[in-house]
Design a protein around this ligand. Sequence first.
Ligand code: ASP
Length: 362
Amino acid sequence: MKYLDRLKKIVTGFLPGQDKSAVKNEAAFASSVSGLPNVVVLATGGTIAGRQIDGGARYQAGELSVEALLGAVPAVRGMANITSEQVASIGSQDMDETLWFELARRVNELLARKDVDGVIITHGTDTLEETAWFLDLVVSSDKPVVLVGAMRPASAVGADGPANLFDAVVVATSPDSAARGVLVAMNGNVFEARDVTKVSTTAVQAFAAPNFGPLGQLHDGRVFYWRSSGRAAQRKASFALAGLESLPLVGIVYGHADAPLLPVTALVDAQYRGIVYAGVGNGNIHSKVLDALAAAARQGVVVVRSSRVAAGSTMRDVELDDTRHGFVAAGTLNPQKARVLLQLALTRTQNAGEIQQLFDYS
Ligand code: ASP
């Protein structure tokens, strides 16, 4: 290997011209240390694998390989036998359902194996909450699945990726993490997939669980859970992807003062099967738009009311007559999470009453 190529591989983990999306290592724990848990890291890109351009605020997400990320936290090698797979190298603004399906199938496949104890997914922070929630609804294992990202690129001063990745390994290897659903480790906190959301575009403390708070915190290489994720344990909404190639079309329409009809009619004309309305306040809808959404519901489009407000529940039949209009109320699911659940729900039923049940018990 030429010196410059070798240097580039050391810095980025990739050879020049190598297709970053195609680098995959089969999970095998051949040289494993017995007694340590076996963890597979699936990498998808994001700022955690980002590299600055010109040393400033500009950077390119998904530049470093998973080996390079793990190389920055050598301590994890003493905590678990770790293998890794480069599933993708994207900014998570480009996340899509094809990759969701690939991730979900791989996670289910890995966790079904006796020699895999947990999975970590490195991910961009922009859509991390949606991937976490999607996986939460389709992964059928009690073993830990932990998503992790970073707000500062790997090459930045004070990069948060290595500490977050270290914490993700702590969470994935803790027996206390079992049966809590898909988890997110960020900035010293561990969150459940259902409630976690990105609340800052720039701060290192970018994630919060606005309704119920974090499940626990990390200190000095240990995770301390303060509460159980009751929902994950009692959940009735879980889905199998077998036989599915894609998800039904569901759009989100954002509510605001003087809201126009156009986004709703455009989605109906484009034959979307569901619309999530990110309403004002308790999921409220301008009366003009309400008529259009009610007409859509009569035509068989499933309309879910959520809210653009960061916390609280969008409650059924409070200011709006959901029962009369045939709407579904999203409860504490934010619009982007409501969209994911509605897509999966529509693979099972088009009935608004049944879908309301799935929302109530998700
Ligand atoms: N745009 C980046 C991403 O979601 C942001 C990040 O990772 O923090 O991949």
